[in-house]
Write a protein that binds this ligand. Structure first.
Ligand code: GUN
Length: 281
């Protein structure tokens, strides 16, 4: 079994990005900038944002975090985004989710100018991705895609089963694998026989938020399994895949933690650099 080392692949990607930033600095005499807006004091969000800032600095990006209390008015956030949209030193804008209830997530996403939408959440980027045009691609599915390609560079004709249909993961994952000529099945909570669907798969991407859902007898010995889940349980953090069982069966598997997670942040930096490069043309 191949244990897919997301930490190592992410470190390699960051190294490549660092060199790229050095080249961009020499060419344009400026570096890409990432601004993250963090609202409230949820611990997981604070940890994510701290890691994002640390990684951005490590590869040489200009990085800024703007913090607001939970009680901030929606208008204040939207006005700040408008200001960042116009700021030439800002290449990418990310508003950390989830947001407090009184702030309209869709309004926030749609206020970010698509050319600086490093999350790829703006409907314009979602549409461009599904039409096969140039776009920002959401960081987590992009990270999953790069990990799958490490194990299997040629995905032509492979059967991929995505477990979970979220806008964040399942749907963009589908688009990325379709582009690679996979035959993609999206499954979800109402799917009749999830096990039977998974047994058909050359590639399984589990992004559904149910602890250890995918079992050992759901996978074949030639299946690549990518686990996007991060679930808090009595026995600690576990993924959407039963690691003990599936690691005895599958061809390749990502661990949790140390699989998809580190790739998400590296892909955010990659997206920021891509936004910068497109803005220089
Ligand atoms: N919260 C958890 N994951 C993400 C992400 O990928 N982007 C944003 N903006 N917020 C998140």
């Amino acid at each position: 079994m191949i244990l897919i080392d997301g930490k190592k692949v992410a470190a390699e990607l960051r190294e490549e990005l660092k060199h790229e930033v050095t080249g961009l600095k020499a060419k344009y005499n400026k570096v890409p900038g990432l601004t993250v807006i963090l609202i409230g004091d949820l611990t997981p969000s604070q940890i994510y944002v701290r890691n994002k800032e640390k990684s951005a600095n490590e590869v040489g990006l200009k990085s800024e975090v703007i913090k607001y209390p939970d009680s901030v008015e929606e208008k204040t956030v939207l006005e700040k985004i408008e200001e960042l949209n116009k700021d030439e030193t800002v290449s990418g804008i990310l508003v950390q989710l989830p947001l407090p209830k009184h702030i309209d997530k869709q309004k926030v996403i749609e206020t970010i100018i698509p050319s600086k939408d490093v999350d790829g959440f703006h409907p314009m980027n979602v549409g461009n991705l599904s039409s096969g045009y140039e776009s920002s691609v959401p960081c987590t599915p992009l990270g999953c895609y790069l990990l799958i390609k490490k194990v299997e560079p040629n995905l032509n004709g492979k059967k991929a089963v995505i477990v979970g249909r979220s806008n964040l993961n399942g749907k963009p994952m589908t688009q990325l694998l379709l582009k690679e000529n996979c035959t993609v099945t999206i499954t979800h909570s109402k799917t009749k026989d999830l096990k039977a669907e998974c047994l058909e798969a050359d590639i399984i991407v589990a992004a559904v938020g149910i602890p250890e859902l995918v079992k050992g007898d759901w996978v074949r010995k030639d299946t690549i399994v990518i686990d996007v889940g991060i679930n808090k349980t009595d026995k600690g953090i576990v993924g959407d895949v039963d690691f003990d069982e599936v690691s005895k069966k599958a061809k390749a598997l990502t661990p949790v933690p140390g699989g998809v997670g580190p790739m998400t942040i590296a892909c955010l930096l990659k997206n920021t650099i891509e936004c910068f490069k497109r803005s220089q043309i």
